[in-house]
Structures are given as C-alpha cells and as structure tokens.
Design a protein around this ligand. Structure first.
Ligand code: CP
Length: 317
C-alpha cells in the first residue's frame, strides 16, 4: 500500500494501515542502511528538493541521506542563503525550483499549513518536515518505529510525552500516530504548556510528573520550544527542571524495561539529565538512525506505483 494523496502532510489523516505500511517498509530500509554498501537504485532519476525555512540538524541531514541512499538526486535549499532574503514568496520559490524539473519537495517551515499550501501551488510530491506547531509526521513515524522495533508492538504500550506540548509538532504527530495504532498515550507538563481541549484526542492529561510516570513503558521527553513561545509560560527554567525534568530518581516509577526517548535537540540539564540521556535505557541516537530508514520508506512509498514488497517482505523496486 502506498500513501494516499501523494503527499505526507500529517499523521492525523493517515489510516492505521498506511502507518503500518510505512513502518514495515522502514524495517526493510533499516536493513539496507546497516549494510557495507548502504545504497539501492530505487529512486534513480528522481530529484528531491529539501526546502528548509527553519534551522534543522537531524531532519535535514536525515532526509538528505535517505535520498542519497535511494539514489535520488538531492538538493538542499536554506532560506537564509536564498532569494527569500530579497522578498521572494514560498509560492514563487517552489515554482522556480520546479521549473528546473524537480519531482519531490521536503518542506520545513514555521507556519502551520505551509506544506499543505505547497501542494496547491506545485506539482511535486510534498513531505512535511515540520510546519510550525502543527505536525512533524516523519518524526512521529520514527518515534513509533523505534517503539515498535523495541517492544514488537505498539498496541497497549503506555507512552508518556512530557514537556512543552502546546508548541510541539512532535507531540501532535506522536499522539495521532500512537492512538491510531492502539497505544495508551498520556501527556504531562505545566498547565500553561498543554493545548486547549487536548484531551479530546483521547490522551490522558497530567500536570504532576511523578503521578504521570507510574506504570509507563516509554517516556518521550520534549524540550522547551522558546522559538515558538510568545509569553512567559513558567517562572524560571530552574523551577521547570525541578517539576518536569527527568532524572534517574524519577525513572524508578516506570515499568521494568522502560525506554527513554527524545526527538532532539536536547537541552541537557533542563528537561533531561545527562546521565538519563546517556543511560542504557535511552534510545535517543537509535531514533536518529531509524529516522533515515523511515524517511527512505516515505520517499519510496510516495513514488511507488506498485505494492512495495512480495510475500516474503522483500522490496521490489
Ligand atoms: N527532531 C528534529 O526535528 O530535529 P531538527 O530540528 O534538528 O531537525
């Protein structure tokens, strides 16, 4: 099964079956990136433009690597070194790039809905690499992939997302994806950093971290997103760390075999202590590795015209 609509804009509009097909394909690509020769000819002849209007380390390099591993031609655009600085609009930018015969675009932008807007002003297949506080679907997918590989399932996993939920596109994509696959999702943070009516998505809401951590399998820790905050949401960082920082003492409340996750970038000593970030229960760098495989799967499925795997699960590009 491919991805309906020819774009990946969010996880809210995907079905559980579509999410599973991406996770299954990512498992095959994860095997590819562990080989000595980490490359397949799958997207030979396809040109992908990485259009980044916001800073990024992981997502940008991960997409570039995924494109190169699939033998696509990969171009990178940064708004700060482009004619955006001379006033060129997003629409004019993509239409000029597409006039050079490109096929796919990966967009990171500070405005919610920017990726959706792009689908209406170009013919390329569009992948949302994070649009404001709306969604970051490939981050959600790689987080869910990491949980599924570790536990062999997502259904009934107890997942807690801690931190600045209000400004987090990662939290939204995790919530949509995890709920569709049957996980039990809870969120925790200062009440000022919890979105209005978030409980309508079916998540359990906590403001007391120690209560929230009881019986949890996976903790996904978010940073404070100062670049998207327009007001003081808590008195001091020190107070935030005392109430919502994850340290080794707090981990005792979790279920045996628990997992620590963080989408990055981390603010060590604020939302997570150094020893927790670097502990054997942390899969933070594993998430980054899995991100390349998940993005390969998304790029492939968006271009695929046929089912991607035979009965034995072997990729047939
Ligand atoms: N997780 C994530 O999106 O990181 P970057 O901002 O570095 O891409």
């Amino acid at each position: 099964m491919g991805i309906r609509g020819g774009h990946l804009l969010d996880l809210e509009s995907l079905t559980a079956e579509e999410i599973i097909s991406i996770l299954d394909a990512a498992r095959s690509f994860r095997e590819v990136i562990d080989r000595d020769i980490k490359k397949v000819p799958t997207l030979r002849g396809i040109t992908v433009v990485n259009l980044f209007y916001e800073p990024s380390t992981r997502t940008r390099i991960s997409f570039e690597l995924a494109e190169k591993r699939l033998s696509a031609d990969s171009l990178s655009f940064s708004s700060v070194t482009s004619s955006v600085q001379k006033g060129e609009s997003l629409k004019d930018t993509i239409q000029n790039i597409e006039a050079m015969r490109t096929d796919m675009v990966v967009l990171r932008h500070s405005s919610p809905g920017a990726a959706n807007f792009l689908t209406r002003c170009c013919d390329s297949k569009v992948i949302n690499a994070g649009d404001g506080a709306h969604e970051h679907p490939t981050q959600g997918l790689l987080d869910i992939f990491t949980m599924r590989e570790r536990y062999g399932r997502v259904k009934d996993l107890r997942v807690l997302i801690v931190g600045d939920i209000k400004h987090s596109r990662v939290a939204r994509s995790n919530i949509w994806g995890l709920k569709k696959l049957g996980a039990q999702v809870a969120i925790c943070g200062p009440s000022t950093l919890l979105p209005y009516e978030i409980e309508k998505t079916g998540v359990e809401v906590f403001s007391n971290l120690d209560k929230a951590l009881e019986g949890v399998d996976v903790v996904n820790i978010l940073r404070i997103q100062r670049e998207r905050q327009d007001a003081g949401y808590f008195p001091t960082l020190r107070e935030y760390t005392l109430l919502y920082g994850i340290d080794a003492t707090r981990l005792k409340r979790l279920n045996p075999g628990f997992t620590i996750m963080h989408p990055g970038p981390m603010n060590r000593g604020v939302e997570i202590t150094v020893d927790v970030a670097e502990s054997s229960d942390s899969v933070i760098l594993e998430q980054v590795t899995n991100g390349v495989a998940v993005r390969m799967a998304v790029l492939y499925l968006l271009m695929a015209k046929e089912p991607i795997a035979d009965k034995e699960g072997v990729l047939t590009p």
